[in-house]
Write a protein that binds this ligand. Structure first.
Ligand code: ZN
Length: 306
């Protein structure tokens, strides 16, 4: 498949799937209060807009209303299956979900009957990534309530031929996706500052960065610098699956900052099995792969040992 003519023929075929259906159907249940309540409990989201006598559904539940569950979706589109089979036959047998974007046009309320249509929006030219060489496939799902467009859900996968060597030391870490909602955070990191958002209306602090306040809904905010002190709120030690550029075992840690908000990070300077809930940690910045600066947290034992 390295012959340029074969590649261009394949790309032409792949491109012919753009705009073709990727699935459609009706939500298995109408929007309903029990599912909203379970979601909010699982997420720890106590926003009063999602409870009480006239709740709306959390916007990020958009996809939940269209999921097929264990028994699968009601209607499958053959074009999407054909496209994936075509990529398989071209050697792109591995798949990884890369990102999703959602847009919300109107709130969903209990009783709303959900229908959806998904299309294959784009298939990229051949790209080489750290995982391997392949094609990005983007699908767009329009979600409707009572026929009215309520939101869109874009989902992107990479179908690729796995690289021969995926040794951790040879691969670079994936870069953060910087967008208009979180650019301020990454600008802060570049200056070795950990910035959190404070709502201008109700002064509630929030992290990760969001365009509006979860407490009062205000879109006005000010970035404030965290002191850098924190404690380990929870953690898991990753053994499997291995990802290129990450060398297991390592601890993925939920840090509670002194300011009260929590963030996912790594703890440095300590063996992963020695990480403990409640352990005090201190912010530091590390540069990975000679480029990207990342906020991480150093355990005190390691400071003494130095
Ligand atoms: Zn607020």
């Amino acid at each position: 498949m390295d012959d340029p003519e074969d590649l261009s023929r394949l790309l032409k075929k792949l491109k012919s799937y753009e705009g073709r259906p990727a699935g459609s159907g009706r939500g298995k249940d109408p929007v309903n209060a029990p599912m909203i309540r379970h979601w909010c409990e699982a997420m720890g989201d106590a926003n009063p807009a999602y409870a009480g006598t006239d709740p709306i559904a959390p916007p990020t539940m958009l996809q939940a209303w269209t999921m097929g569950g264990l028994s699968g979706p009601a209607g499958r589109a053959t074009a999407y299956a054909e496209l994936l089979a075509l990529l398989d036959s071209a050697g792109c047998t591995a798949v990884v979900a890369t990102d999703c974007e959602q847009e919300y046009l109107r709130p969903l309320r209990p009783g709303d009957v959900i229908t959806y249509e998904a299309v294959i929006e784009s298939v990229s030219a051949r790209k080489t990534t750290k995982l391997g060489t392949g094609h990005f496939v983007t699908t767009r799902m329009d979600v409707r309530a009572g026929g009215e467009l309520a939101g869109t859900h874009r989902f992107r996968i990479l179908k690729y031929a796995p690289a021969k060597s995926d040794r951790a030391s040879a691969a670079a870490r994936p870069r953060p996706v910087v967008n208009r909602d979180n650019a301020g955070f990454w600008d802060g990191v570049a200056q070795r500052k950990l910035l959190i958002q404070r709502c201008d209306a109700c002064a509630v602090l929030r992290f990760p960065w969001l365009p509006g306040c979860g407490g009062c809904g205000s879109p006005e905010w000010t970035a404030v610098e965290a002191s850098g002190a924190g404690t380990v709120f929870s953690y898991v030690v990753m053994h499997h699956p291995p990802f290129p550029a990450f060398d297991p075992p390592y601890a993925v840690v939920l840090i509670e900052l002194a300011e009260g908000v929590r963030m996912i990070s790594n703890v440095t300077g300590i063996a992963p099995e020695r990480v403990r809930i409640g352990m005090p940690v201190e912010l530091e910045f590390v540069r990975v792969d000679g480029g990207q600066l990342l906020p991480v947290f150093r355990a005190p034992a390691a400071r003494v040992a130095r």
